[in-house]
Structures are given as C-alpha cells and as structure tokens.
Design a protein around this ligand. Structure first.
Ligand SMILES: NC(=O)C1=CN([C@@H]2O[C@H](COP(=O)(O)OP(=O)(O)OC[C@H]3O[C@@H](n4cnc5c(N)ncnc54)[C@H](O)[C@@H]3O)[C@@H](O)[C@H]2O)[C@@H](O)CC1
Length: 498
C-alpha cells in the first residue's frame, strides 16, 4: 500500500523545516525535481537541447518552484519563458524570479506554437475557492499548442489537494511532478483525471511525513496478490474460507448469481447460499445452474468464515428477516459481515452496538446518504465522503463508499482512496460483483489474529483494486458486461496491468 496526503498534512510536515529557515532549500529541491522530470519527458520526445518550455506562473510558492525549475532547465539548453497568470511580474516569487532572470528567462505574453512543454505553476496546495485556468487562458488568447506537453507543478492548478474536487476548471496534465509526497487530490474525484503520470520528488521531509497520523492509502497491484493470491499449500475447502451469501430474491435473483460468481472467481473454499423457501427456489436454481459448486442451505452454516448480506434481497419483510437472522448468526460465530444494497436499508442503530468481529458496509453514494439521513442526520450537510468517514468513526464500522472514486474508511480514521480507472464499471450489478470479491477476501481472514484489523483494511482496499482491474480489462476487451466480469477477475489476479 502506498501513502498519500492532504495538503494540510504536507504543510504540517514541512512546518518545522520552514520554521528552521529551510524554505529556500526545500523549494530548490522541489524545483530541481520538477526540472529533472520535465527534462526526462522532453527526452522521451527527443525534444531537449533548444526546445522551448513556458511556465504559467502564479504569485505563490508554486510559481516560485516553477521559476526556479525553468532556471535549471535553461542550464541544460532549454529556451525558457514565463507568463504571469492572474498577477503581475512584480508580485511573483522574488528569489524565483531573480534566478529565472539570471538564467536568461524572459516574461512573455504569448505561448509560441513551437513550445515543447508548458509547466502549470499557477496554484498549488495554497489553492482554495475556485479558479478556471483554461478559461483564463482562452480569455487572454493564450493557446497551448496541441503538441506541447502539459506538466503540473505539485498539482494541477484548480484541483483541491485535499479532495480532488475542481471547483472551477483545470488543465489536464500529462505529468504531475509532486513534492514530498503525493496529494490525495491527485487520486480522487476529478483531480485523478487531470494528474496524468505522477512523479514524486523527495525534498527531504520523509521522516516528518512518516510520523503523520492517518495518511491516505492507495492499494497497488502487488497488494492484490498479498490479499487475494494463492492460499497456503495445506488449506482445505473449509480452512481456505467459507463464504455465506444471503442475497437474491424472486425479483432480483441475478444479484445472488453475481455475488457467487465473483466470489468463486476471486477464490474461496466453499460457498454457502442461504436461500430459505419460498424465495429460495428461484434464487437457488439460478445460482446453482451458474455455479454448481455452491451449496444451498436455509440458514447460515456454522462453518461460515464470512458472510455477505443484502444484494438483491429486496425490501420485503422476508428480506428483513433474512438479514436479521444472518446478522445474529454472524454475531454468534464472530465472523466478518459485509452488508450491501437492500441490507443497508434495514440496519438499525442498535446493530452497531452488537460487537461483530467486523461489520463492513458497502454503500454507493445514494445509499450512504440514506444511511446518514436515517442514523446520523446531523452529518447530512457534509460532503458524502465526509459523511462516510465520520459514520465509520462514530459507529465503529467499516465503510466502502462506491462512486467513480471509491473510498475505504475504518473505525479509527484509517482510510484509502481508489481512483476511478474506467467509467465502464458504472453499470448495474458491478456492486454485487464487488461484494463477492470482498466477501471472498473476508472469508480468508481470521478475526483471532493480532493483525486482523490491518489485514481487513488491506483486504478491502486490495479488493476494490482487483474489482477496478477487472473492469479495466473488460473495458479494453470491448466493455463491461457484468455477467462476464468474473472472467476478468481471474485475468486480473494473474495479470500485471502496469
Ligand atoms: N511549503 C513548502 O515548504 C514548500 C512548498 N512548495 C510549493 O508551494 C506550494 C504552495 O505554495 P503557497 O502556499 O504559496 O500557495 P500557492 O502557490 O498554491 O498559491 C498561493 C497564492 O494563490 C492565491 N490563491 C489561492 N486560491 C486562489 C484562487 N482560487 N484564485 C486566485 N488566487 C488564489 C493565494 O491567495 C496565494 O497568493 C506547493 O504547492 C508547492 O508547489 C515547494 O516549494 C516545496 C516546499
């Protein structure tokens, strides 16, 4: 798992160094890294000596970094120029501007058509409110040639470092060179679609960053193998993981099929479908014809090591009873419980007091808002991401908030972020598939292990990654058809996508 940070966390880590007077040193390290990666990018395009690089410069330190970086590039034979954005040359970072001028840089008011790269150094982590850089450029007749690379200094201007939201508009970068540690805004929401390739420059504050409480985490491809890879050589079907599935109804039998398909493709020792009569008949028939290895029972087996409750259960009294009975059994067995879809709407506040081994809720944005409205109405004014984070903390539970960006929040502030890698996953049934993947992962955990919580977090985060890898593979293969996603889950488990 890789760490990333809010703007405030990065500022807190820098603070002692700034107070010790190290600001200029940190800035020059950042600028050196920005110049290095810019040069590397130009080299891959065979555009180094004599190429032109233009900086779009704001009045803060982000502009200062860019001016310094341009001065370093000039020493490597690059023709440099800068355009102040929303400010005047007299308001630019003084030392940066002096270095830039010493290196022969000129302030200009046009972007020449032979420009090889534009560095966006208008706004960095000091950005708040709203800004529309593309609109500003259009109004001022500054057009970036289609052949020029766009390189963002630290973060594309207009992206909020803490959330990835873009309240105005931002340039989409080919490359973002970010300092100290990656900002969460480069991976979340619209920011994730504007950051391009991300390079991190070590500016010498890693010790301070390591000490930060509650960074954000990101699951990387190797993490999938850690949580979902080959089981121990000596497992048998029960010790590998027994997943109970309480899903499907006469109205939505397909949801149960999708959960079971995904769990089977992810890898589990035994799948027990809880399908008591009369809803059981249709659901059981459909699941068994798709997955003959699943075993149908009318209640949760005592051998279960995790249970998924909710997909396609519907809103009938019977669905509520099935949810209640499965929760009681899971409590008695002390196994992790995942509640999704219809199951979420019947959860009452008391459920959170019961003391499950772990309770994981996987709402999409609409379901999260409904949960908040019902159980924590005072949070309703917050963003849905903040609602999920606070809900997890308040109710001592785990939330996987599904949207274009997916978030995992744990009870004690632990959290991970997962950029949307393909909009193809925005189709009915992909949530059921995620429940199946995560259910299979949960069934492998042992609540009695000392590092159970850590493993649980990794399982949820890596499972979200596995799901999006499967989506990406399906998208490349012509699009996501949910009933075939299990095929891509298996492919994703063995394929290095990057
Ligand atoms: N703090 C540090 O030690 C380091 C900071 N570095 C750089 O410093 C940046 C942060 O610098 P700053 O704090 O000066 O902030 P920025 O350079 O991001 O921008 C600050 C300026 O933009 C203005 N501004 C904010 N929102 C605006 C809006 N919506 N419309 C118009 N103007 C707006 C602010 O009033 C302020 O004048 C980082 O992103 C990074 O590039 C690097 O040099 C590394 C070291």
């Amino acid at each position: 798992m890789r760490r990333c940070y809010t703007g405030a966390q990065i500022r807190a880590a820098e603070k002692p160094r700034l107070e010790a007077g190290d600001g200029p040193v940190l800035m020059r390290r950042a600028a050196w890294g920005l110049a290095h990666h810019t040069f590397q990018l130009l080299a891959t395009r065979a555009q180094t000596y004599g190429s032109r690089v233009i900086g779009l410069i704001g009045k803060g330190n982000n502009g200062g970094d860019t001016l310094w970086a341009l001065s370093f590039l000039a020493k490597r034979g690059i023709a440099i120029a800068a355009i102040p954005i929303n400010t005047t040359p007299t308001d630019l970072h003084p030392e940066g501007l002096a270095a830039f001028r010493r290196a022969g840089g000129r302030i200009v008011d046009k972007i020449p058509t032979d420009t090889a790269a534009v560095i966006d150094g208008v706004l960095g982590t000091g950005f708040s409110g709203s800004f529309d850089l593309p609109g500003y450029l259009a109004t001022n007749h500054l057009s970036i040639p289609a052949t020029a690379a766009v390189i963002a200094c630290d973060i594309p201007s207009g992206v909020l470092a803490d959330t990835g939201d873009i309240p105005g508009a931002a340039l989409a970068a080919d490359l973002t060179v970010t300092f100290a540690g990656p900002k969460v805004g480069l991976f979340a929401e619209a920011g994730s679609q504007h950051s391009g390739t991300i390079r991190v420059v070590d500016i010498g504050i890693n010790d301070q960053l390591a000490a930060i409480d509650h960074p954000w985490w990101i699951a990387e491809i190797p993490d999938v193998a850690k949580s979902y890879g080959t089981p121990a050589w000596d497992v048998h079907k029960y010790s590998r993981g027994v997943l109970g599935v309480v899903a499907g109804s006469a109205e939505y039998p397909g949801a149960a099929v999708l959960v079971v398909n995904a769990a089977a493709a992810t890898g589990v020792g035994y799948i027990s479908l809880v399908a008591e009569p009369p809803r059981g008949k249709t659901v059981a028939d459909k699941v068994i014809s798709a997955n003959p290895q699943a075993v149908v029972a009318d209640q949760l087996t005592d051998k279960a090591t995790a249970v998924v409750i909710g997909p396609g259960l519907g809103e009938t009294m019977r669905a509520k009873d099935a949810t209640g009975a499965a929760l009681q059994a899971a409590l008695r067995l002390q196994i992790p419980v995942l509640v999704d879809a219809s199951g979420l709407d019947v959860l009452q506040a008391e459920v959170f007091e019961l003391g499950f081994a772990a309770l994981v809720l996987t709402p999409h944005v609409g379901e999260m808002r409904r949960l908040t409205q019902r159980l924590a109405p005072d949070l309703a004014e917050h963003s849905v991401v903040d609602q999920a984070a606070e809900f997890a903390r308040r109710f001592d539970t785990w939330i996987v908030l599904k949207s274009a960006t997916t978030y995992v929040f744990g009870p004690h502030g632990i959290r991970s972020v997962h950029p949307g890698r393909t909009p193809e996953l925005a189709t009915a049934g992909t949530g059921d598939t995620l429940s199946g993947i995560l259910g299979a992962g949960l069934s492998r955990l042992r609540p009695e292990d000392h590092d159970f919580m850590q493993r649980l977090f990794h399982t949820l985060s890596a499972g979200v990654r596995l799901h999006s890898m499967a989506g990406e593979l399906a998208a490349r293969d012509g699009g996501v058809v949910v009933s075939t996603l299990e095929h891509y889950i298996r492919q994703a488990k063995r394929q290095d996508l990057e």
